[in-house]
Design a protein around this ligand. Structure first.
Ligand code: AMP
Ligand code: ZN
Length: 114
């Protein structure tokens, strides 16, 4: 756990979140500032700073994140589709330095993103 990391604190139960899914390695909770009718963040419980830091020995967690997203989307009723996003670094729009997969749905998404 990174002691100054918001999502580590959520994973540890030190900061409350509206959880929608959890297993041994992953946790999902509603985004506090939703950008769509449904907006969930799926994170590894273990601290990994970003997509840029995950490859190599941690790469398996990426498969877990991506392969769990459809399960969560189905659980949340997103039968018409959903969008997954990983923002990386300042230009990527990453504001929390703990790897997270955005799962957005409940409306039609635009492309390209802003
Ligand atoms: P990103 O900008 O890709 O790093 O995404 C970080 C996300 O975390 C944003 O969508 C924020 O709204 C969300 N967020 C920040 N603080 C919290 C919190 N305490 N609980 C849930 N989501 C949060
Ligand atoms: Zn963390």
């Amino acid at each position: 756990m990174a002691s100054d990391c918001l999502f580590c604190k959520i994973a540890a139960g030190e900061i409350p979140a509206k959880k929608v899914y959890e297993d041994a390695n992953l946790l999902a909770f509603h985004d506090i500032d939703p950008k769509a009718p449904t907006h969930v963040l799926l994170i590894p419980r273990r601290h990994i700073s970003s997509l840029a830091a995950v490859c190599g020995e941690d790469a398996g967690i990426l498969a877990e994140l991506l392969c769990t997203a459809p399960t969560i989307a189905a659980q949340l009723g997103l039968a018409n589709g959903f969008r997954t996003v990983i923002n990386t670094g300042p230009d990527g729009g990453q504001t929390v330095g703990h790897l997270h997969l955005h799962i957005l749905g409940g409306r039609s998404m635009h492309w390209p993103p802003g």
